[in-house]
Ligand binder design. Sequence first.
Ligand code: SAH
Length: 219
Amino acid sequence: MSWDDVKYARRREEMVRRQIEARNITDPAVLAAMRKVPRHLFVSEALRHKAYEDYPLPIGEQQTISQPFIVAEMTQALSLGPGDRVLEIGTGSGYQAAILAEIAYRVYTVERLHPLYVQARRLFDQLQYHNIVMRYTDGTKGWKAQSPFDAIIVTAGAPKAPQTLIDQLAEGGRMIIPVGDQYAQDLIKITKDARGVQQQSLGGCRFVKLIGEEGWGTV
Ligand code: SAH
C-alpha cells in the first residue's frame, strides 16, 4: 500500500462515518461497499483531494459524479441482494456502478456520452470489475435483451419515469429515479408486484438531465 492509498483509505472511512452512517444508512452491504470503492479514482487527478467531500464533482462533458450520500441512499433504497441483476442508466464516472457491483450479482450500465463511456470502461478493467457490463447508447430504452431486472437505477433526472424501463422491471423489482423538472426532482421509488406498480417519494434531489427518447428529448 502506498502512502496515498493509506491517506485516501482514511478519508474514505471518515466519509462513511460522517456523511453516510450519521444519516441513517444502515444496510451493511451498502456501508461495506462505500468503505471499499476508491472514489478518488473516479474523478480527475486535479479533483482527487475533494473526492471524499460531501458534494457532487464535475467529471467532464458537463456531467457530475453524485454526492456520496445520494449514492448510498439510492443504493440502499434498491434493497439489493447478492443474486440481483441491476440496470443503471447513466454510467458517468462509473462510481455508482462499482458500488452496485460490490453488492449485486451483475450490473448492466448504459451511458450515452462516448468519452465518459470509454473512461469508465478503462477504469472497470483496471479495478477488475468483471461483473459490470456496459453499453454506449440511449438508456431511456433500457436494455431489453437482458431484461427483466431485479433493480433499475436512473442517475439522471427525468420529467417522468420512462414506461420502457418500468416494463423491464421484474415482478418484485425495485426502481429508483429522480423525477421532476430540470432544476429539482423528487427521488421516486417504484416497486412492481403481482398487483401492479407502486410509487413513493423518498424526498428531494438534484441531478443532471436524462437525455433521450423518454427523457428531455435530444440535446
Ligand atoms: N452514476 C454516475 C452519475 C452520472 S451523471 C456516477 O456515479 O458518476 C448522469 C449521467 O447520465 C451522465 O454521464 C449522462 O451522460 C448520462 N445520461 C444522461 N442521459 C442518458 C441516457 N438517455 N442514457 C444513458 N446515459 C445518460
